[in-house]
Design a protein around this ligand. Structure first.
Ligand code: ATP
Length: 436
């Protein structure tokens, strides 16, 4: 990572169409963001790469897409109604509001005055809503604050419908909602965000081994995305910091512009969730081991990641300032090809026919295979810069010679090297360079 400031990234994201401040025409809506045309492609790539690695390429994990609004009983049983609190304090001097567990000492981080905090008050982070047309007792429900509980309450459905044997996992991606006390750092902590969670059920005796294995697998996934390993680290929670149900928690952290912070948490949640839901619902949520002829409640390992935080880490990590041949600064988002929102850009040297017609033909030939863009505005140099700035690994230039030799130029984002290839071999030549 170059030492990019968050402000620089925020403005690049808005200017180029990755992330827009939400409701901006009405003055904005604090710490809420909309993903633009490039952001949505980047997000899709992150989610697809996770799904591939956690579900499709494995033989022991299946997917799920559960409802966002469930029976309120779910959140009673999971402990969220009782315990999903953060301690909140206000500074009497500047009226700033903070999470007490994020403060270091008695000094207000905003105004610098010491000892003017209110007593900490507990604040439940779940958003409440009402189901049905009239507000009455029993109509209150919650927006889910995590996707995981949707998995636990479907444990038996999945087990029965797929006839799975242990160990196996259930994975889910989707929006979660938390009425966070303190927000900020762009898309790092927001009220509405997207999670990718997997609950891996196993025999109690194997849980520690699977916990370690999932930490390794998840860490490697970030390296495979192209994140510099020097910007990744593990934060193993000491036993006194663990939630009462956890037999181990390790966070994977990224070195963001403001310091190390959590990307993903991997927890050994023991049999806590299934036991809670079984007790509260009166339904059996266990597993019958045919060989041992016994029933038991599986233990569960949970890797829980946030899509938005991963996107921010990818943006920070990819941001690089290189020099062009004239010694000018060249901003490049050095995304790995599978992550990049645009994989190949087609750049005709002229907007006039017959170059334009040939260019459109070249574009149509590659469009089914990758995320592509066609850009015929402004000078070719400016167009290369623009593609560098959004992280497009390869550009294809169609020029006047192309009409004669039926060949085009592939230009590499990182090396700026240009090679001439016949249009007939273009797809293969791009595939060789991209690796997919
Ligand atoms: P934090 O302490 O940073 O608020 P957490 O430990 O409460 O996060 P978990 O409950 O473990 O987070 O949620 C799993 C993942 O979901 C986190 O690692 C993070 O990537 C993502 N996540 C949680 N809360 C938010 C949020 N408010 N905005 C964006 N992503 C979030």
């Amino acid at each position: 990572m170059s030492d990019v400031s968050l402000d620089t990234l925020v403005s690049l994201c808005k200017q180029r169409g990755f992330v827009f401040p939400a409701s901006e025409i009405y003055g904005g809506f604090g710490s809420t963001y909309d993903y633009g045309p490039l952001g949505v492609e980047l997000k899709r790539n992150v989610k697809d790469l996770w799904w591939r690695s956690v579900v499709r390429e494995r033989s022991d994990v299946v997917g799920l897409d559960s409802a966002i609004i469930q029976s309120p009983n779910v959140w009673e049983a999971s402990g969220h109604v009782q315990n999903f609190h953060d301690p909140m304090v206000d500074c009497l001097e500047c009226k700033g509001r903070f999470r007490a567990d994020h403060l270091e000492g008695p000094t207000c981080p905003t105004c610098g005055v010491a000892g003017r905090f209110t007593e900490a008050r507990e604040f439940n982070l779940m958003f409440r809503t009402q189901v049905g047309p009239v507000a009455e007792a029993g109509s209150e429900a919650y927006l889910r604050p995590e996707t995981a509980q949707g998995i636990f309450i479907n444990f038996d459905h999945v087990l029965t419908s797929t006839r799975r044997r242990l160990p196996f996992g259930i994975a889910q991606q989707g929006k979660s909602f938390r009425n966070e006390i303190t927000l900020g750092n762009f898309i790092f902590r927001t009220r509405e965000f997207e999670q990718m969670e997997m609950e891996f059920f196993c025999a109690p005796a194997e849980s520690d081994e699977w916990y370690q294995r999932w930490i390794d697998l998840r860490e490697q996934w970030y390296v495979d995305l192209g994140i510099d390993p020097d910007n990744l680290r593990r934060d193993v929670h000491p036993s006194e910091k663990l939630s009462h149900y956890s037999a181990g928690t390790t966070d994977l952290q990224y070195r963001y512009p403001w310091g190390w912070d959590e990307l993903e948490g991997i927890a050994n949640r023991t049999d806590f969730d299934l036991t809670q839901h079984a007790a509260a619902s009166g339904k059996r949520l266990d597993y019958f081991d045919q060989e041992a002829n016994e029933h038991f409640v599986p233990h569960v390992i949970e890797p829980a990641a946030g899509v938005d935080r991963i996107m921010l880490a990818l943006l920070c990590d990819a941001y690089t300032v290189l020099q062009d041949e004239k010694g000018n600064d060249r901003t490049v988002l050095a995304f790995s090809p599978r992550v990049a929102p645009v994989t190949v850009a087609v750049l005709p040297i002229s907007r006039k026919e017959p170059v334009a017609e040939l260019s459109r033909k070249v574009w149509a030939g590659i469009r089914p295979h990758w995320a592509t863009q066609y850009d015929d505005t402004q000078s070719i140099g400016r167009r290369y810069r623009r593609q560098d700035e959004i992280g497009t690994p390869l550009c294809v230039t169609v020029d006047f010679d192309s009409l004669e030799d039926q060949a085009v130029t592939i230009r590499d984002r990182d090396t700026q090297e240009q090679v001439r290839v016949p249009i007939a071999n273009l797809e293969g030549a791009l595939r060789d360079r991209l690796g997919f």
